[in-house]
Design a protein around this ligand. Sequence first.
Ligand SMILES: NC(=O)c1ccc[n+]([C@@H]2O[C@H](COP(=O)([O-])OP(=O)(O)OC[C@H]3O[C@@H](n4cnc5c(N)ncnc54)[C@H](O)[C@@H]3O)[C@@H](O)[C@H]2O)c1
Ligand SMILES: O=C(O)[C@H]1O[C@H](OP(=O)(O)OP(=O)(O)OC[C@H]2O[C@@H](n3ccc(=O)[nH]c3=O)[C@H](O)[C@@H]2O)[C@H](O)[C@@H](O)[C@@H]1O
Length: 339
Amino acid sequence: MSVLVTGAAGFVGSHVSLALKKRGDGVVGIDNFNNYYDPSLKKARKNLLNQNSIFIVDGDINDSKLLVKLFDIARFTHVMHLAAQAGVRYAMENPGSYIHSNIAGLVTLLEVCKNSNPQPAIVWASSSSVYGLNEKVPFSESDRTDQPASLYAATKKAGEEITHTYNHIYGLSITGLRFFTVYGPWGRPDMAYFSFTRNILQGKPITVYRGKNRVDLARDFTYIDDVVKGCIGSLDTSGKSTGSGGKKRGPAPYRIFNLGNTSPVTVPMMVAMLEKHLKVKAKKNFVVMPGNGDVPFTHANISSARKEFGYKPTTDLQTGLKKFVKWYLSYYGYDQGKL
Ligand SMILES: NC(=O)c1ccc[n+]([C@@H]2O[C@H](COP(=O)([O-])OP(=O)(O)OC[C@H]3O[C@@H](n4cnc5c(N)ncnc54)[C@H](O)[C@@H]3O)[C@@H](O)[C@H]2O)c1
Ligand SMILES: O=C(O)[C@H]1O[C@H](OP(=O)(O)OP(=O)(O)OC[C@H]2O[C@@H](n3ccc(=O)[nH]c3=O)[C@H](O)[C@@H]2O)[C@H](O)[C@@H](O)[C@@H]1O
């Protein structure tokens, strides 16, 4: 395989790039190293990839000239599309960045893919947030996704519809992956598990959101290594795009899968696990979940992914958080013995 990984300096992208390289695939990354969160963490991931002979082009997926040049050089057979503005709540602060990356960037990438020869197969990251305010759990791929609770979720839902048109018109092979709250070493500082760890260690309070009637929120937290296995399983079973140079030659696969852990855990329970691993008590402020686009719970039915490519998550939250904490303490220079 010759894979273009977009968002390769990101959390999931860096892990997927390393896993692909380790098994012998050709990998080229692209990332715009934006400052949604600490760019030095993205640079550190880049250095890790460079040490494994994986190179990341510093560029934006809206730069079609750059993408065409990369396709001419590397003749990608697959695209692992992970570049996006992530984060549910940030959409209320900076809506434009979601349009720039998750809509305009996606279409620019799809335009380059459909015109290339050969056309690559595309696997890309959608999100559990497309299930929005669904009450029926666990969420199955056939459940309704027309009630997004945030602009972020709406851009991911739009991505599923946009990729469907590029499959239908141009014969691009498309697989959309609905990841469920992914966590692990080299993670994202904007996410709760990461920001809680930072605050707990610094003795600062954490804000724990609660639903209506003080109901605890819950997430189907999914460990990064399990998500990586799901990404690679999708790439290996993606099927071929049928078009070339923008002309469709026949039907191509269009697939959507949940990649979750099938065992939701409440946020307070996640905090308790962090306290145990950090050996420090958290200072918790409980706040009613603001109308910020959050949903009360997520829970994945993963039977489709299990059937299609043997997806089977193996890391529970307790174990996964322990691995995350070990990385965090080492990366930020804490004396592990002291804690
Ligand atoms: N981590 C999760 O819990 C989770 C869950 C569901 C879906 N996702 C999706 O998975 C994908 C990867 O998420 P992540 O957690 O690794 O986030 P991340 O922010 O760490 O990675 C995204 C990367 O894409 C880059 N990027 C953003 N816009 C770009 C652009 N226009 N051009 C080039 N690069 C750009 C960023 O600099 C970043 O390094 C995203 O599509 C995200 O929406 C993540
Ligand atoms: O599954 C997904 O598709 C989404 O998972 C995460 O979104 P989220 O589950 O909201 O992850 P966090 O921001 O880490 O929040 C986890 C839980 O902690 C809660 N939270 C968050 C922040 C905070 O300060 N306090 C708090 O209680 C949230 O309401 C949520 O219930 C990622 O941030 C999104 O990019 C991704 O699309």
